[in-house]
Design a protein around this ligand. Structure first.
Ligand code: AMP
Length: 488
């Protein structure tokens, strides 16, 4: 199928598609749209940036246009992604559409959402926490919601969101069509998805768990203490918009500030910011009002900012799959991009997990084998166990809210004030697998500490060992002279 006309879509959609300049359906669209139009449930995977949003939004809208009744619910793991998906849906609906939408995310005014919900929307896009909040209040009705989409399915079904999702699903009719999409679908998630799907069609475009071919990936073995200096060098070497991923919310802010002091235009994005601040940061980044976005994993999923040319993993992700999603923020829709990961000596397990994910066979070949008496093989690293997370995880409402050790301001920040009473911001689950707000060493401690001798002898050299399709063995990190020498 090399055009959209072949799908037999309504005039409205065809008109919108040509306005959006979508001439040829992407491979995931070619496969998903006809099956979804026939009413099948779908479990779909395709690389990042290859048009999954339209792959589910087109049949969703078409099914609503074909019937006077029924509505659709689209769930995403982050507020930013929900907003983006709603944008695509609005583009597809066109200006004068009779189909009303509601945007239900945390951190935004309940009043506005109440009035959107009272107007009988046929499409609801949102994040699970706030949707559950409305369900509890009885302000949202899902009993005629015959179309459910889970975007970034693996994140939606993982421990944090699974609980929320189960609660929502109870309100949906059992007879419905469910579409699930993601760029990564670990085996466990595929099994887990079965309980939400009815005889699904499995669509997989290209290899799963691979980074797009048009991304040049590099990794650099580097001491933790040398990372910032190297970052500055890298930022000077690169042109265009850059997204730098860090582990904690605290560091996202701190680094953005530091970079501004060092002469770069930079802003931080993380889940502790008020929603209007998050919106503003994203808007300014999209409009290229600043060049460097420092973000936690809240930005790793689905965000489509076509001008991002480089991704830098200042800290590796806590979960290997997020590596693929982070890489996917560049090289959107066939463009080119580059990605660099800083790998510190403490990152061994995380890095091996990423290697194993991208290239399981090769990773097995040089996997660490346990020595001595205890020959039990180490489990692959899949992030810190939930029970040991010290952060403000908002997985199950009750559990997470009770356990939260946040300062009092947390509740206000997360939208607990007044009528804005979402229980927890589950959508920030993406970044909550980390230790937050690390205590800064006191100034006394800094004074007393002996200055460390600079170590440059073993680390700090780039290698480009990945094949972009993740199929070739990855080179081991090389030991060679410092890139700081290069700078000198
Ligand atoms: P997505 O993976 O849905 O975030 O889409 C990635 C990018 O591809 C977005 O910028 C879309 O606007 C664009 N896109 C999606 N489908 C098409 C298409 N059929 N033709 C041209 N661009 C597309």
């Amino acid at each position: 199928m090399n055009n959209f006309e072949g799908f037999g879509l309504s005039g409205v959609l065809n008109k919108s598609l040509s306005k959006m300049d979508y001439k040829t359906p992407t491979p995931i669209q070619v496969q998903a749209i006809p099956l979804a139009l026939k009413g099948h449930d779908i479990l779909g995977s395709a690389q990042t940036g290859t048009g999954k949003t339209a792959a589910f939004s087109i049949p969703l809208i078409e099914s609503l246009l074909r019937s006077e009744r029924g509505s659709a619910l689209v769930l995403t793991p982050t507020r930013e992604l929900a907003k983006q998906v709603l944008g695509v849906i609005h583009d597809l609906l066109g200006r004068d559409s009779q189909i009303k939408t509601a945007f239900i995310i945390g951190g935004e005014s309940m009043g506005k959402q109440f009035s959107q919900l009272r107007a009988n929307p046929r499409i609801i896009v949102g994040t699970p926490g706030r949707i559950n909040d409305h369900l509890k209040r009885g302000s949202i009705k899902l009993d005629d919601t015959g179309f459910l989409v889970l975007d970034e399915t693996d994140r939606m079904l993982d421990m944090g969101f699974g609980v929320q999702l189960d609660k929502i699903i109870k309100f949906l009719p059992t007879k419905r069509q469910t579409l699930m999409f993601s760029a990564t679908l670990p085996k466990g998630i595929i099994t887990l998805s079965a309980k939400y799907l009815n005889n699904p069609q499995r669509i997989s475009v290209g290899k799963s768990n691979v980074v797009a071919q048009n991304i040049k990936q590099e990794a650099m073995h580097i001491e933790q203490a040398d990372k910032y200096k190297e970052l500055i060098l890298q930022l000077h070497e690169r042109h265009g918009s850059i997204i730098v991923f860090v582990k904690t919310k605290y560091n996202a802010d701190k680094m953005a500030k530091k970079l501004r002091q060092d002469g770069f235009t930079s802003e931080g994005l993380h889940g502790d910011l008020r929603q209007n601040r998050r919106d503003k940061v994203m808007k300014n980044f999209r409009q290229q009002n600043f060049r460097i976005l420092i973000a936690t994993d809240i930005a790793s999923r689905g965000l489509d900012v076509p001008h991002i040319e480089h991704v830098i993993n200042y800290d590796l992700p806590q979960v290997a799959e997020d590596y693929i999603h982070r890489m996917g923020r560049t090289a959107r829709a066939g463009a080119k991009g580059s990605a660099l990961s800083f790998v510190s000596p403490q990152d061994g397990r995380k890095w091996h997990a990423i290697e194993r994910l991208l290239n399981p066979e090769a990773a097995n070949d040089h996997r660490e084998r346990p020595q001595g008496k205890n020959k039990a093989r180490r489990k692959p690293y899949r992030g810190r166990p939930e029970s040991r997370q010290k952060s403000s995880d908002n997985h199950g409402e009750k559990r997470s809210c009770k356990r939260s050790k946040r300062p009092a301001t947390y509740q206000a920040k997360q939208g607990h004030q007044g009528q804005n009473s979402e229980q927890c911001n589950t959508e920030d689950h993406a970044e909550n697998r980390t230790y937050e707000h690390k205590k800064k060493p006191s100034s006394k401690f800094i004074k007393d500490r002996k200055p460390k001798a600079k170590k440059h002898k073993t680390y700090n050299k780039k290698f480009s060992g990945f094949k972009s399709d993740g199929s070739a063995p990855m080179k081991r990190l090389s030991k060679s002279k410092s890139s700081h020498k290069r700078a000198a």
